[in-house]
Ligand binder design. Structure first.
Ligand SMILES: [Zn+2]
Length: 278
Protein backbone atom coordinates (compact mmCIF):
# COMPACT_ATOMS: atom_id res chain seq x y z
CA UNK A 1 0.00 0.00 0.00
CA UNK A 2 1.19 3.48 -0.83
CA UNK A 3 -0.50 6.63 0.46
CA UNK A 4 0.49 10.10 -0.62
CA UNK A 5 -0.88 13.56 -1.32
CA UNK A 6 -4.10 13.16 -3.31
CA UNK A 7 -4.93 9.70 -1.86
CA UNK A 8 -8.46 9.30 -0.54
CA UNK A 9 -10.50 6.71 1.31
CA UNK A 10 -10.60 4.46 4.35
CA UNK A 11 -6.86 3.81 4.40
CA UNK A 12 -6.25 7.55 4.65
CA UNK A 13 -8.79 7.73 7.48
CA UNK A 14 -6.95 4.96 9.30
CA UNK A 15 -3.66 6.79 8.79
CA UNK A 16 -5.07 10.07 10.10
CA UNK A 17 -6.49 8.31 13.13
CA UNK A 18 -3.10 6.80 13.95
CA UNK A 19 -1.36 10.15 13.45
CA UNK A 20 -3.96 11.75 15.74
CA UNK A 21 -4.95 14.42 13.22
CA UNK A 22 -8.31 15.42 11.75
CA UNK A 23 -9.92 12.39 10.09
CA UNK A 24 -11.46 13.34 6.74
CA UNK A 25 -10.15 10.58 4.46
CA UNK A 26 -8.41 13.13 2.27
CA UNK A 27 -4.58 13.13 2.10
CA UNK A 28 -3.98 16.86 1.80
CA UNK A 29 -1.12 19.20 2.87
CA UNK A 30 -1.88 18.85 6.61
CA UNK A 31 -1.69 15.05 6.42
CA UNK A 32 1.48 15.28 4.38
CA UNK A 33 3.06 17.56 6.97
CA UNK A 34 2.07 15.21 9.81
CA UNK A 35 3.59 12.27 7.91
CA UNK A 36 6.83 14.17 7.31
CA UNK A 37 7.05 15.14 10.95
CA UNK A 38 6.54 11.55 11.99
CA UNK A 39 9.16 10.35 9.51
CA UNK A 40 11.63 12.88 10.91
CA UNK A 41 11.04 11.65 14.45
CA UNK A 42 11.63 8.08 13.35
CA UNK A 43 14.74 8.70 11.30
CA UNK A 44 12.91 7.78 8.08
CA UNK A 45 13.24 9.60 4.76
CA UNK A 46 10.96 12.66 5.10
CA UNK A 47 9.21 12.41 1.73
CA UNK A 48 5.62 12.61 3.06
CA UNK A 49 4.78 9.34 1.32
CA UNK A 50 3.47 6.42 3.37
CA UNK A 51 5.14 3.30 2.00
CA UNK A 52 5.71 -0.01 3.81
CA UNK A 53 8.47 1.31 6.13
CA UNK A 54 6.56 4.37 7.32
CA UNK A 55 3.34 2.41 7.63
CA UNK A 56 5.01 -0.28 9.76
CA UNK A 57 6.49 2.37 12.07
CA UNK A 58 3.17 4.19 12.47
CA UNK A 59 1.43 0.95 13.37
CA UNK A 60 4.09 -0.20 15.80
CA UNK A 61 4.09 3.22 17.48
CA UNK A 62 0.37 2.79 18.03
CA UNK A 63 0.49 -0.84 19.07
CA UNK A 64 0.32 0.21 22.73
CA UNK A 65 3.46 -1.77 23.48
CA UNK A 66 5.76 1.20 23.17
CA UNK A 67 7.14 2.28 26.50
CA UNK A 68 6.27 5.97 26.55
CA UNK A 69 8.65 6.99 29.33
CA UNK A 70 11.63 5.09 27.96
CA UNK A 71 14.48 6.26 25.76
CA UNK A 72 15.01 6.38 22.04
CA UNK A 73 18.06 4.26 21.20
CA UNK A 74 19.80 5.47 18.08
CA UNK A 75 21.96 2.60 16.83
CA UNK A 76 24.76 3.32 14.39
CA UNK A 77 26.34 0.40 12.53
CA UNK A 78 29.69 1.98 11.68
CA UNK A 79 30.98 1.76 8.06
CA UNK A 80 29.36 0.36 4.93
CA UNK A 81 27.78 -2.98 4.22
CA UNK A 82 27.99 -5.29 1.21
CA UNK A 83 26.17 -4.44 -2.04
CA UNK A 84 26.15 -7.09 -4.80
CA UNK A 85 29.03 -8.86 -3.12
CA UNK A 86 31.15 -5.71 -2.90
CA UNK A 87 32.16 -4.36 0.51
CA UNK A 88 31.52 -0.62 0.52
CA UNK A 89 34.38 0.49 2.79
CA UNK A 90 38.11 0.45 2.16
CA UNK A 91 40.09 -1.20 4.92
CA UNK A 92 37.97 -2.04 7.96
CA UNK A 93 38.30 -5.78 7.46
CA UNK A 94 40.19 -8.71 8.91
CA UNK A 95 43.02 -10.42 7.05
CA UNK A 96 41.88 -13.36 4.95
CA UNK A 97 42.44 -16.34 7.25
CA UNK A 98 43.85 -19.73 6.19
CA UNK A 99 40.36 -21.26 6.07
CA UNK A 100 39.28 -18.61 3.56
CA UNK A 101 37.10 -16.65 5.96
CA UNK A 102 37.33 -12.88 6.30
CA UNK A 103 35.41 -10.39 8.40
CA UNK A 104 34.13 -7.15 6.91
CA UNK A 105 33.53 -4.80 9.81
CA UNK A 106 30.49 -3.01 8.38
CA UNK A 107 28.76 -6.33 7.71
CA UNK A 108 29.46 -7.44 11.27
CA UNK A 109 28.26 -4.13 12.74
CA UNK A 110 25.00 -4.39 10.80
CA UNK A 111 24.42 -7.96 11.89
CA UNK A 112 24.84 -6.97 15.54
CA UNK A 113 22.68 -3.83 15.32
CA UNK A 114 19.88 -5.82 13.67
CA UNK A 115 20.01 -8.36 16.47
CA UNK A 116 19.91 -5.64 19.16
CA UNK A 117 16.88 -4.00 17.52
CA UNK A 118 15.06 -7.32 17.27
CA UNK A 119 15.61 -8.02 20.99
CA UNK A 120 14.52 -4.53 22.01
CA UNK A 121 11.40 -4.39 19.84
CA UNK A 122 10.13 -7.50 21.55
CA UNK A 123 10.12 -5.49 24.79
CA UNK A 124 8.63 -2.34 23.27
CA UNK A 125 11.91 -0.45 23.59
CA UNK A 126 12.20 2.14 20.85
CA UNK A 127 15.23 1.71 18.59
CA UNK A 128 16.18 3.53 15.44
CA UNK A 129 18.52 1.96 12.91
CA UNK A 130 20.40 5.16 12.03
CA UNK A 131 21.90 3.82 8.80
CA UNK A 132 19.22 1.52 7.41
CA UNK A 133 21.12 0.88 4.18
CA UNK A 134 24.23 -1.00 3.08
CA UNK A 135 25.77 2.24 1.81
CA UNK A 136 28.76 3.73 3.60
CA UNK A 137 27.38 7.08 4.75
CA UNK A 138 29.78 9.69 6.06
CA UNK A 139 30.41 10.37 9.72
CA UNK A 140 28.97 13.83 9.26
CA UNK A 141 25.79 12.39 7.72
CA UNK A 142 25.44 10.04 10.67
CA UNK A 143 25.88 12.67 13.36
CA UNK A 144 23.69 15.23 11.57
CA UNK A 145 20.93 12.67 11.22
CA UNK A 146 21.20 11.57 14.86
CA UNK A 147 21.05 15.20 15.99
CA UNK A 148 18.01 15.85 13.77
CA UNK A 149 16.21 12.94 15.40
CA UNK A 150 17.21 14.21 18.83
CA UNK A 151 15.82 17.69 18.12
CA UNK A 152 12.62 16.33 16.59
CA UNK A 153 11.98 14.28 19.71
CA UNK A 154 12.76 17.21 22.00
CA UNK A 155 10.05 19.17 20.22
CA UNK A 156 7.47 16.38 20.00
CA UNK A 157 7.29 13.91 22.87
CA UNK A 158 10.43 14.98 24.75
CA UNK A 159 11.84 11.44 24.78
CA UNK A 160 15.57 11.35 25.50
CA UNK A 161 17.84 9.90 22.85
CA UNK A 162 20.94 7.81 23.47
CA UNK A 163 23.43 7.14 20.69
CA UNK A 164 25.21 3.80 20.44
CA UNK A 165 27.81 3.09 17.76
CA UNK A 166 28.75 -0.56 17.23
CA UNK A 167 32.18 -1.53 15.85
CA UNK A 168 34.89 -4.16 15.77
CA UNK A 169 38.44 -3.08 16.47
CA UNK A 170 41.44 -3.38 14.19
CA UNK A 171 45.19 -2.99 14.51
CA UNK A 172 48.23 -3.60 12.35
CA UNK A 173 49.51 -6.34 14.66
CA UNK A 174 47.63 -9.55 15.29
CA UNK A 175 48.58 -9.45 18.96
CA UNK A 176 46.18 -6.60 19.83
CA UNK A 177 43.06 -8.02 21.42
CA UNK A 178 40.26 -7.35 23.88
CA UNK A 179 36.93 -5.62 24.19
CA UNK A 180 36.45 -1.90 24.85
CA UNK A 181 33.90 0.89 25.07
CA UNK A 182 34.52 4.58 24.42
CA UNK A 183 32.82 7.78 25.54
CA UNK A 184 33.53 11.44 25.07
CA UNK A 185 35.82 13.03 27.62
CA UNK A 186 34.05 14.40 30.68
CA UNK A 187 30.51 13.38 29.75
CA UNK A 188 29.30 11.72 32.93
CA UNK A 189 25.96 10.47 31.61
CA UNK A 190 27.71 8.60 28.84
CA UNK A 191 30.22 7.23 31.33
CA UNK A 192 27.46 5.60 33.36
CA UNK A 193 26.03 3.92 30.28
CA UNK A 194 29.49 2.78 29.14
CA UNK A 195 30.22 1.39 32.60
CA UNK A 196 27.09 -0.77 32.43
CA UNK A 197 28.03 -2.10 29.01
CA UNK A 198 31.55 -2.80 30.27
CA UNK A 199 30.13 -4.84 33.17
CA UNK A 200 27.85 -6.81 30.87
CA UNK A 201 30.77 -7.57 28.55
CA UNK A 202 32.96 -8.66 31.45
CA UNK A 203 30.25 -11.02 32.71
CA UNK A 204 29.54 -12.49 29.26
CA UNK A 205 33.20 -12.87 28.26
CA UNK A 206 34.99 -13.59 31.55
CA UNK A 207 38.09 -15.06 29.92
CA UNK A 208 38.59 -12.20 27.48
CA UNK A 209 40.64 -9.09 28.03
CA UNK A 210 38.63 -5.98 28.92
CA UNK A 211 40.06 -2.64 27.84
CA UNK A 212 38.35 0.46 29.17
CA UNK A 213 38.71 3.62 27.11
CA UNK A 214 42.22 2.49 26.32
CA UNK A 215 43.76 4.54 23.54
CA UNK A 216 46.19 2.26 21.81
CA UNK A 217 47.37 4.62 19.12
CA UNK A 218 45.14 3.14 16.42
CA UNK A 219 44.86 5.86 13.79
CA UNK A 220 41.29 4.90 12.96
CA UNK A 221 40.20 6.03 16.38
CA UNK A 222 40.45 9.67 15.35
CA UNK A 223 37.55 9.38 12.99
CA UNK A 224 35.62 7.03 15.23
CA UNK A 225 35.62 9.62 17.97
CA UNK A 226 34.02 12.12 15.63
CA UNK A 227 30.65 10.49 16.25
CA UNK A 228 31.01 10.86 19.99
CA UNK A 229 32.14 14.49 19.82
CA UNK A 230 29.53 15.65 17.34
CA UNK A 231 26.32 14.18 18.70
CA UNK A 232 24.47 16.33 21.23
CA UNK A 233 23.16 13.43 23.32
CA UNK A 234 24.78 10.84 25.59
CA UNK A 235 26.80 8.57 23.34
CA UNK A 236 28.99 5.51 23.51
CA UNK A 237 30.99 3.52 20.99
CA UNK A 238 31.72 -0.17 21.51
CA UNK A 239 34.75 -1.82 19.92
CA UNK A 240 33.74 -5.44 20.10
CA UNK A 241 37.08 -7.25 20.07
CA UNK A 242 39.72 -7.14 17.35
CA UNK A 243 38.84 -8.47 13.91
CA UNK A 244 42.60 -8.46 13.22
CA UNK A 245 43.16 -11.02 15.96
CA UNK A 246 42.72 -14.59 14.75
CA UNK A 247 40.77 -15.95 17.71
CA UNK A 248 38.59 -12.89 18.19
CA UNK A 249 37.86 -12.67 14.48
CA UNK A 250 36.52 -16.24 14.62
CA UNK A 251 34.20 -15.20 17.43
CA UNK A 252 32.95 -12.21 15.42
CA UNK A 253 32.34 -14.35 12.35
CA UNK A 254 30.22 -16.85 14.27
CA UNK A 255 26.47 -16.57 14.76
CA UNK A 256 26.97 -17.38 18.41
CA UNK A 257 29.53 -14.61 18.87
CA UNK A 258 27.23 -12.09 17.18
CA UNK A 259 24.32 -13.18 19.37
CA UNK A 260 26.41 -12.75 22.52
CA UNK A 261 27.71 -9.33 21.50
CA UNK A 262 24.17 -8.19 20.68
CA UNK A 263 23.04 -9.61 24.01
CA UNK A 264 25.41 -7.48 26.10
CA UNK A 265 24.15 -4.34 24.36
CA UNK A 266 20.56 -5.44 24.93
CA UNK A 267 21.30 -6.09 28.62
CA UNK A 268 22.84 -2.64 28.92
CA UNK A 269 19.79 -1.04 27.27
CA UNK A 270 17.45 -2.94 29.61
CA UNK A 271 19.36 -1.78 32.66
CA UNK A 272 19.45 1.85 31.55
CA UNK A 273 15.71 1.68 30.82
CA UNK A 274 14.92 0.03 34.14
CA UNK A 275 16.96 2.32 36.35
CA UNK A 276 16.41 5.49 34.32
CA UNK A 277 20.13 6.11 34.34
CA UNK A 278 19.97 9.51 32.64
ZN1 LIG B 1 34.81 0.73 13.07
Amino acid sequence: MLLKKGSKGDDVKELQKLLKITVDGDFGPATELAVMKFQGQQGLKTDGIVGPKTWAKIQSRNGGEQNSDGYVWILDNGHGGIIDGVYQTSGKRSPKWEDGTQLFEGEFNRAVVKRIIKMCEKDGIECINLVDTEKDLSLRWRTDKANDIYRERQQSDGKKCIYVSVHANGFNKESAHGWSVYTTVGETKSDKIAQILHEKAKAEFPTHKMRMDNRDGDADKESNFWVLRKVVMPSILSENFFMTNREESKLLLSEEGRDRIAKIHYQMIKEVEKNKII
